[in-house]
Design a protein around this ligand. Structure first.
Ligand code: RIB
Length: 306
């Protein structure tokens, strides 16, 4: 049986320029290659899970424009259930302006959320059946926080649904959202912003993780880019999972590749630790190609990890 996953969250179109370095304030910089593609943290995570073989439903809102129409077509092409893809008649589709630094593959991202921010809790409730019949519900913070909250309330109303929150971009998390979250997956920057603590060294990452645990987070995975990830599962000791060292070409969406893979692997019966280890390995492969969803491996490319 393929895992059933429901994603409630964002869809964007990514406008990506490769640049010699991330521009300073007020600086105009000549870049090199331009690439346009499908993105949005929610969409990316949904596509990654679907690519590996999950049955995925998305609850998301698009603008009534060419970006919205092509995003809908992309979801369909990936075999994703689009019954809960909504359109806003006034707002434009979400767009992300992304600069990718040549050499390091690091990026900086500006999001114009558009229709993503018009999704309402009532619209989330309309998707209750899809949410409650999923094994896993994934949310991020590129839609209003009440949307993630409502999705998890609905998920927990059904019983038996595992909730994964990727708190990106970082925001203050209401206590109710933390309590409804089974697995929290911030990256090291988000963990630092959430806790107000540094996360540059392993010891600092563990200290920040302990703070998040004090707030009631049950299972925590802090992704650390090329350093891998830290897992704290319940009362178990913290475990660092190291990523293979590679020459990154473009890290855009690597975190989403991890979350989507992790959800697929967990839903397929892997332990949390196995899902972190294999998810890290899949995300590492995603940094070897340019673009966001275009860089995500196909199932047959990572069959050894599934
Ligand atoms: O995580 C990468 C994603 O962040 C991009 O696809 C962009 O759309 C932003 O949402």
């Amino acid at each position: 049986m393929n895992p059933r996953i429901c994603m409630v969250g964002s869809s964007n179109i990514d406008l990506i320029a490769r640049v010699p370095r991330i521009p300073a304030p007020a600086e105009t910089l000549i870049g090199s290659r331009f690439q346009m593609g499908f993105g949005g943290k929610g969409a990316n995570q949904a596509v990654m899970a679907a690519r590996l073989g999950a049955e995925v439903t998305v609850v998301t809102k698009l603008g009534r424009d060419v970006f919205g129409e092509s995003t809908l077509a992309n979801y369909r092409a990936q075999g994703i259930d689009t019954n809960y893809v909504l359109f806003d008649e006034k707002e434009a589709s979400g767009v992300a302006l992304i600069a990718v630094e040549e050499g390091s593959g690091q990026n900086s991202i500006i999001i114009a959320p558009g229709a993503n921010f018009t999704l309402t809790p009532a619209e989330v409730r309309l998707a209750s059946r899809a949410i409650q019949s999923a094994q896993i519900v994934m949310c991020q913070l590129e839609v209003p926080i009440e949307i993630s909250l409502e999705a998890f309330r609905v998920a927990k109303g059904g019983g038996g649904v595992t909730t994964i929150l990727n708190p990106a971009p970082a925001a203050n998390l209401p206590m109710e959202l933390l309590q409804l979250t089974d697995i929290l997956i911030p990256n090291e920057i988000e963990a630092s912003m959430l806790t107000g603590m540094p996360t540059s060294t392993d010891a600092e990452v563990i200290a920040a993780a302990r703070k998040l645990q004090e707030w009631g987070v049950k299972t925590l995975v802090i992704t650390l880019g090329s350093r891998g990830a830290l897992l704290i599962n319940g009362n178990n000791e913290p475990v660092f999972v190291r990523a293979e060292a590679v020459q990154a070409v473009d890290s855009t969406g690597a975190g989403d590749s991890f979350v989507g893979s992790f959800a697929y692997l967990l839903g397929s019966g892997r332990s949390v630790r196995e899902a972190v280890e294999r998810g890290c390995a899949i995300a590492t492969r995603s940094v070897l190609r340019t673009g966001t969803q275009t860089s995500f491996p196909q199932r047959d490319e990572v069959a050894d990890l599934l």
